[in-house]
Structures are given as C-alpha cells and as structure tokens.
Design a protein around this ligand. Structure first.
Ligand SMILES: NC(=O)C1=CN([C@@H]2O[C@H](COP(=O)(O)OP(=O)(O)OC[C@H]3O[C@@H](n4cnc5c(N)ncnc54)[C@H](O)[C@@H]3O)[C@@H](O)[C@H]2O)C=CC1
Ligand SMILES: CC(=O)C(=O)O
Ligand SMILES: [Mg+2]
Length: 581
C-alpha cells in the first residue's frame, strides 16, 4: 500500500536524515546464483537474463556464446541506455494527451520488466518518485481499464470459477519453489473504477512491484493473483476481446467456495506466505477478512493497510496544529465514504483514541461523522451494516442539534466544523468549492483535508482547490505513491503507523508535511518494518527467519532491528550465474 502527501511545490523537499539505513546492497560481491537452465532458456527468463551484460566466462559456462552480440556492456551502460530511451520517449510524446503518454511510459517499462527484472527494478528503485505513478496509481487504473487490449505476456496466476477442484494442483504450476508474498484481487472494486473483472490483475502486479522497489521484497518470491469469478461490468461482458470469464459474478456460497479453495491451495504449498487481499468490493473485503484472519497469514490492504497510513496522517495533522498527540482524542473527523477503506480507517482511529484515553482514564465521545452516497449516517438509517453502525450518529446530549439522517456533506461540514475532512468515497470532486469554503470555518487553526480516493480522477479535490478555498494554512494529503509494509494484526499496523508519523520533524510538520518524501522510501520502510517486527516480538507473534528466531529478534536493540531489516532487503545486482543442469 502506498500514498504520499501532495503539497505546493514550494513546500516539497527531501526529508531524510543522514542516519537512515543504507538503501543499497550491503555486500559488494554478490553471491553466485545456481541456475538450472542453459542457452536461450536463460535469455528468455527475465529473472536470470542480463542481456548484453553476460561476461564472456558466463557465456561459455551457460551455453550463451554466439547467442548475443559480441560486445559486453556493463550494468551501468545498460541502465543509462534505458534511461536515455525513456527520456526520449518523454520528449517525443510531449503535447500528446496524458493517457497516451502514460500508457507509452507504462509499455516501455513493462517491456523491460518482461525482459530483464534486475535492470527493471534498479531503474524503478533509483527513479521511484517519477516511476511510481507509472507502475501504480494513476496509470495502473488506465492499464486495468485497457488490460485485454494491452495484454502481451501473462504475469502472475489466474484462478477462475471454472478451476473448481483443480486449484490444489494448479498452484504447483507456479515455477518458483518459494513464495513469500501474494497479492490477490477478485477485480470487483479496482481503485475507484468499479468492477473490471480479470483486468484487475494490474493491481496486484503494480503493488508487488512497489513492494520490491520500496521495501526490498525479493521479486522471485512474490505472486500476483486474480480470482476471476465473472464480472457484472456490461461493457466488458459485451467486449469480444475481453480476456476474463464472460459470465455474471458468482455470489454467495458459490463465490466463497472458489476463494476458500484458492486459500487452501496457497496454504498447502506455501503455509507461511502472506496473502494480501486487495480491491475486493466491501462485502467480500470484510467477510474474507473475518473468515481467514485467524486461519491464514493474511490481511486486507484497503481495510487495514489504508488505516495504518491514514492514522499516521491523522496524528501528523494534530502535531501540525501545534497540539500534543493526546489531543487526537478530541479531533472532529468527517469521513465521506463508508466502504471498506473508510470503515477501516475509522475503526483504527477509534482504537487509537480509546488507547490514548485508557492511559489517562478519560471518557471518550463519538468524534466521527460518516457519510455514504445517501448522506450522513445516523441510527435512523434502515438496514445498517454492523461495521458502519458503530459510527452512526445518535440523538444524545453530545449530538449537534438538527443534523439529520442523510444530511449533505456541506451541511455536515458547516455544522460540525471538523478538524479533519477525509475522503474515501471513490467519487471525484465531491469536496467542491462550497464544501472547502465551509472547511475554512473549521475549529482547527490548520484544517486537514485528505482526498484519498484513487486514481487521480476520483480524488475528492485537488491541492490547488484546498489552498485556494480553505487557505494557505490548510493541510492536504492524497492517495499516491507510498508503501506500507505492515503485516497481519492491528497492533503491528498501529506500530507501523506511529513510526511513520514520528518520522517527520516538528519543523516539517509546521510546513504541512505529513508523510516522508517518496524518493527515499527504502530508508523509511526499513524503520517502519523494524517497528512492525518489534511489535510482533512484543505480542509473541514473531516467527523469525532462518537462523534468526524470535529470541534473537527480541534481544535486538531498536537500531539493531532497523539494521537487520535493511540487511534483508533485496537489491537488484547481477549475480554470477552457475549452471547446475
Ligand atoms: N489512498 C489510499 O490509500 C486508498 C484509497 N482507496 C480509495 O478509496 C475509494 C473507496 O474505496 P472502498 O472504501 O474500498 O470502496 P467502497 O465501494 O467499499 O466504498 C465507497 C463508499 O463511498 C460511498 N460514497 C459514494 N458516493 C459518495 C458520496 N457522493 N459522498 C459520500 N460517500 C459516497 C459509498 O456509499 C461507499 O460507502 C476508492 O477510490 C479507492 O481507490 C482505497 C484504499 C486505499
Ligand atoms: C491505494 C489502494 O489500495 C486503492 O486505491 O484501492
Ligand atoms: Mg486497494
């Protein structure tokens, strides 16, 4: 999961301190890599392929002599060559419509990804700020919408309703022995773009690319997955070129049986793999989370991951007002969107408030006003989902008089005068001029506006709108590249969120900077990762890895844990290849 803060350019600057852990490889001599292939099979495998950079000795060893042009290029020369082609493409497409340029950039990167993973990830890591929006939101939305037409080569695995009874054997078709991280979607709610069926596979692919680049996950051990149970998108069903099942979505027990079989198959082959659920429509997001969270190593990123990062932003907003963190418990928060993401954020914010209040023994109140497509949600609403009912406004003495069921956003903002206005509605532009002008009357000296819906066209407002209508002092955050590596349960998420929030200095906070600069993301993920490891150890949930067990993790100091995490991050360098066929 990733996002960052949008700010006026005058406020943008690099944030990292020099004491951050190293982002590059720790060993200068890479360990050899045993390869079972020879000749063309190596050139056609993007994981082993080095293109023109195979040294002559390796060409001899691996049966490559004569299969490549004679000149041996260095990694650096290959890198420069690619960057030059990328820059030429930028130059040549100047003035073209944004979507054409975005897809052209995505294509050139995708071709490199299909050919040479090591070079692809080095390019991505070194240019993360420029390229994250190409491999993830907003371009990934466009890619998903056009996936069937753009398709050239498969990536990841495709499980469908027609594979019932076969998944346990299908899972062994994946060529890698070991998988650590799976991102899976059923394509039912892709960003704010709705049901895109099988075309939603672009999301797991893009997210995993970010995890490799930002968090140092080994790309050989990740698996993007789509579970295709059909689509209710009429346009796709009528499209002859659509690559998914052309049938309406399975529902109820039939749907659940397919996802159950997939989870059992994954667990049978890789019992320790983390399975991240992504972009499932709300009902399935919550149902699968409840169903699997205690049986499998899984989490839902839209519900839990978003909450972790949003909480870090909410805590940052309190600091930006020059108030102690404890004052978070009295922040008035209006949320537009009561879906998987909105309810996830609200639940975590409520937990954090309760935790803070428990320390001082104070009593808390409902600090949230939640709206969905039918306006303000109150206890008068019929057929309320239990997850949403927790946040419905009632009729008690702490309620604002005449804020009725279904009240409009502008009415709610005018009457509540919230400290924070948060959008996770999937509807572009709903924080319009009227709503933003109402935010000017906020009880906070620095009103915070979080327009978190993706892709960009679905953001509730732009930063320009905010600074124009709310004022110079406003704080703005949006959904854009930033990675979160928090896994599993809520305490670990909380630790990650608090670490992220604490990473920003008071000076930066005063300038309205709530999240660190994305170009230095590897340094930050090492620290957030270490905070999560320490929380897992404290909860007795850490399993460790190879020779480092929970005991060793528990005896590490904070800085040793950061160093341990940084040392275990994958970094793209060519390893000497040794044949074993
Ligand atoms: N920036 C980030 O980190 C993340 C952003 N998102 C974005 O959040 C959006 C919503 O995601 P989900 O909650 O999973 O979707 P969802 O479909 O589960 O929920 C959408 C909610 O918005 C409400 N809504 C629709 N129109 C509205 C309006 N005019 N005013 C107020 N509420 C309205 C719906 O009634 C529903 O409660 C998507 O655009 C997604 O891309 C989701 C996860 C992470
Ligand atoms: C960022 C994300 O997870 C979403 O927009 O769904
Ligand atoms: Mg998502």
């Amino acid at each position: 999961m990733w996002r960052s803060v949008a700010r006026r350019s005058s406020q943008v600057r690099r944030l990292l301190s020099t004491s951050a852990p190293p982002a590059g490889p720790l060993a200068t001599v890479p360990a050899p890599c045993i390869v079972q292939k020879r000749g063309n099979d190596i050139l056609n495998d993007p994981w082993y392929n080095k293109d023109t950079a195979f040294p002559l000795t390796e060409r001899d060893r691996l049966g490559l002599r004569g299969l490549l042009p004679p000149r041996v290029m260095s990694f650096e020369q290959q890198y420069e060559r690619f960057i030059n082609s990328y820059r030429s493409l930028e130059k040549n497409t100047r003035g073209e419509p944004d979507s054409i340029v975005a897809l052209a950039k995505w294509r050139i990167l995708n071709r490199l990804h299909d050919r040479n993973e090591t070079l692809y990830f080095r390019v991505l890591i070194d240019n993360i700020k420029d390229l994250a929006p190409v491999i993830y939101t907003p371009t990934v939305g466009l890619v998903c919408e056009n996936y069937s037409g753009l398709f050239r080569r498969p990536r990841g695995m495709y499980f469908t309703a027609k594979d019932k009874g076969e998944m346990m054997s299908m899972i062994y078709n994946w060529p890698q022995e070991k998988v650590d991280m799976i991102v899976v979607t059923d394509g039912s709610r892709i960003l704010g773009l709705g049901d895109l069926g099988v075309q939603g596979i672009g999301i797991p692919i893009g997210k995993l690319d970010l995890y490799v680049a930002a968090a140092g996950i080994n790309p050989q051990k990740v698996l993007p997955v789509i579970i295709d149970v059909g689509t209710n998108n009429e346009k796709l069903l009528e499209d002859n070129l659509y690559l998914g099942l052309r049938q309406p979505r399975l529902e109820g027990e039939e749907y659940m049986a397919v996802v159950d079989e997939f989870m059992e198959a994954v667990h049978a082959r890789w019992p320790q793999a983390v399975v991240q659920f992504e972009d499932f429509q709300m009902k399935w997001a919550f149902e699968t989370l409840e169903r699997y969270r205690n049986r499998f190593c899984m989490f839902n990123d839209d519900v839990q991951g978003t909450a972790g990062v949003a909480l870090a932003g909410l805590l940052g907003a309190v600091r930006a007002q020059g108030r102690p963190l404890h004052d978070f418990t009295s922040q008035k928060i209006v949320v537009a969107g009561a879906g998987s993401a909105g309810i996830g954020v609200l639940s975590m914010a409520k937990q954090e408030m309760s935790r803070m209040l428990a320390k001082t023994g104070e009593e808390g109140h409902n600090q949230f006003w939640v709206l969905d497509k039918n306006g303000l949600i109150t206890k008068d609403r019929k057929d309320l989902d239990p997850a949403v009912a927790n946040f419905a406004r009632g009729h008690g003495p702490n309620e604002i008089p005449d804020l009725h069921e279904g009240a409009s956003l502008v009415e709610v903002v005018r009457k509540v005068k919230p400290h924070v206005l948060l959008g996770l509605s999937g509807v572009g532009g709903i924080f319009n001029e009227e709503v933003l002008k109402a935010m000017k009357e906020s009880d906070s000296p620095r009103p915070a506006i979080f327009a978190m819906s993706n892709p960009t066209t679905k953001a509730e407002c732009t930063p320009e709108d905010v600074f124009k209508h709310v004022g110079e002092n406003a704080i703005f955050a949006s959904g854009s590249p930033f990675s979160n590596v928090s896994l599993g349960n809520d305490d670990m998420l909380q630790a990650g969120a608090e670490c992220l929030a604490s990473y920003i200095t008071d000076d930066e906070i005063q300038k309205g900077i709530l999240f660190p600069e994305v170009s230095s993301i590897r340094h930050i993920t090492a620290r957030v990762g270490a905070a999560v490891v320490r929380a897992a150890v404290a909860e007795d949930l850490a399993e460790g890895c190879r020779t480092v067990g929970p005991k060793e993790l528990g005896s590490m100091s904070e800085s040793q844990t950061v160093e341990y995490v940084a040392r275990n991050m994958w970094y793209p360098i060519y390893s000497p290849l040794v044949n074993n066929k």
